[in-house]
Design a protein around this ligand. Structure first.
Ligand code: PEP
Length: 250
């Protein structure tokens, strides 16, 4: 029987943050000490801040991740960054398949899978995002949609150190609306079952919930069975809110 995976609270800054945002990272690092005894903490800044943040966080309990990577290690791909470049910056992780990438950049499950494999190749942890739209939820197609996304985008090997799955209902991202705990429980149990059917290591893969998590709802959402942490967008931009969410595991 697998033990409960150690929680991870990861902040996705999206296209927000300038050099002046260093103070927020410094405040997160300063506030992390007690929390990090129980919870892994990670900030995923925009690429422009990646090397700087990785250098600042080195030797602290705060991990740093990127928000996307290309599947190839190098080549003629203007504007893209390789997983190897992210690792070379000193970062430890990369988000792949975020719904904003799937929607704005038409990323398919196959493309997301190639990115997850690239992360593994470079020694990074992939935070692989899946989630249904409002239309799919209303049509009762949530679990079938997630099953297709998992089947199409999981990498070959389920390595609990190298892979995190983030369930992010698209309709909950940035809207202030969240599913109820019973809905989250149903979906996370489904994902856990899918992962363990694929590989016994699936029992140890962390499954994060993401979508409008804030300090006021974190305890309720993060105490749901099979929720092993959160992927946080808007509320991760302020150190006090981000730490307030992570403190749900206090
Ligand atoms: C996200 O985009 O990953 C996210 C969870 O955003 P928010 O917390 O702002 O809903």
């Amino acid at each position: 029987m697998a033990s409960t995976p150690r929680p991870l609270v990861a902040g996705n800054w999206k296209m927000n943050g300038l050099s002046a945002s260093q103070g927020e990272l410094d405040a997160i690092i300063a506030g992390a000490t007690g929390i990090a005894a129980r919870t892994d903490l990670m900030i995923c800044p925009p690429t422009t801040l990646l090397a700087r943040f990785a250098a600042s966080a080195k030797g602290t309990p705060v991990l740093v991740g990127a928000q996307d990577c290309h599947a190839e290690a190098s080549g003629a791909f203007t504007g893209d960054i390789a997983a190897e470049m992210i690792a070379d910056c000193g970062a430890q992780a990369v988000i792949v398949g975020h719904s904003e990438r799937r929607t704005c950049h038409q990323e398919t499950d196959e493309a997301v899978r190639a990115k997850a494999m690239a992360a593994a190749r470079a020694g990074l942890t992939a935070i692989l995002c899946i989630g249904e739209t409002k239309q799919e939820r209303d049509a009762g197609a949530t679990l079938s949609r997630l099953e297709r996304q998992l089947g199409g985008s999981l990498p070959d090997r389920l390595d609990p150190k190298g892979l995190v799955v983030a369930y992010e209902p698209v309709w909950a991202i940035g809207t202030g609306i969240t599913p109820g705990p019973a809905d989250v429980e149903e979906v996370h149990a489904f994902i856990r079952q899918f992962l363990t059917k694929r590989d016994t290591a699936g029992a140890d893969i962390r499954i994060l919930y993401g979508g409008s998590v804030k300090p006021s709802n974190a305890r309720e959402l993060l105490s749901v069975p099979n929720v092993n942490g959160a992927l946080v967008g808007g509320a991760s931009l302020k150190a006090t809110d981000f730490l307030g969410i992570a403190a749900a595991y206090a």
